[in-house]
Every structure is written in structure tokens, then in C-alpha cells.
Design a protein. Structure first.
Length: 161
């Protein structure tokens, strides 16, 4: 399947591009879609394929790298054009803002709560703590947790906000 996707020509894809600068690099991301392989691919419910080409220029090192990935979606062109498909990056916001904090700051993977409803309850309490801290504008969850551990009376004020 990958070989067939790579064999598509430039004119088989729609145009589209975005420019972003973050974390000391400039990244140009081009997302293009095609329906050319819809009847050909042995993939259930294929609506279109997309090609994402990322070109990164490291500001510090001056090095350039290029990466191309392919996506397959059941959404047809009328329901998902390139700008809408570009939103597929949004899932990383959840990973970075919630799951990573739970994994690293709360060390959730080493939790010894493993029976009955304990794991679900602890995950809910961790999510509540993270959400409350985000609501008050906390950028560094770990630092705020250390501060609150040293001054537990502040926790009550936080809960009453």
C-alpha cells in the first residue's frame, strides 16, 4: 500500500500548506489529499488519502530535514478538506497536556493501586487536580504541586475558587 501511495504524482494531490515556528525550528508542513486510489486500495471505507510533508529548519544548527507521511481516512473530500485534516495534530495537545503530566508528574505508571475501582478513581482525581491547576493558569504543574504540598492550606483556597 505504501508503494502505491508513494507512486502518486504531484498532480494527483490537492495543494495546501502551513508555516509554523516552534521549539527553535521553522517547520513548513504541506498537507495534500487525493481520491485517485479510492477504488484501487484494498482498504475498507477509504474516502481519501493524504500526504503530509514536513520540512524542518533548525534555527540553531541551520540543518534541514524532510519527512513524508501518508494518512488514510474514511472521510470524503466534502467532509474533510486539507485544512480540516491538518487538525489531526490536535490529539497531541491532549497527550502533552494531560497524559504526559499524569505519566511524569504523578508517576502514574508505577502506581500500586490496581484493584476494583481504585485505578479509575485515582485517574479521575489526578485529572481533577490537573484541570483545577490549569483553570487557575498554572503553567508548571510539578512546581505548583510541590508548592501546595509545602502549604496544604492553599489547597482549600484552590478548591473554593
Amino acid at each position: 500500500m505504501h508503494e502505491h501511495l508513494k507512486a502518486l504524482r504531484e498532480e494527483d494531490f490537492s495543494p495546501g500548506a502551513t508555516l509554523e515556528k516552534a521549539h527553535g525550528r521553522i517547520e513548513t508542513r504541506t498537507l495534500q489529499t487525493s481520491t485517485r486510489l479510492n477504488d484501487y486500495l484494498d482498504f475498507p471505507y477509504v474516502g481519501q488519502v493524504a500526504r503530509v510533508t514536513r520540512q524542518r529548519l533548525s534555527v540553531k544548527e541551520g540543518e534541514t530535514s524532510t519527512e513524508t507521511v501518508y494518512l488514510i481516512t474514511s472521510l470524503v473530500e466534502e467532509r474533510a478538506d486539507p485544512p480540516l485534516l491538518a487538525l489531526n495534530r490536535g490529539h497531541w495537545a491532549i497527550e502533552n497536556r494531560l497524559h504526559w503530566v499524569r505519566d511524569v508528574t504523578f508517576d502514574e505508571d508505577r502506581s500500586q493501586v490496581r484493584t476494583r475501582q481504585g485505578p479509575r478513581l485515582m485517574a479521575s482525581l489526578r485529572n481533577l487536580a490537573i484541570s483545577l491547576l490549569r483553570l487557575i493558569g498554572t503553567a508548571n504543574i510539578a512546581a505548583k504541586l510541590r508548592e501546595l504540598a509545602a502549604k496544604p492550606h492553599k489547597i482549600l483556597r484552590l478548591l473554593c475558587v
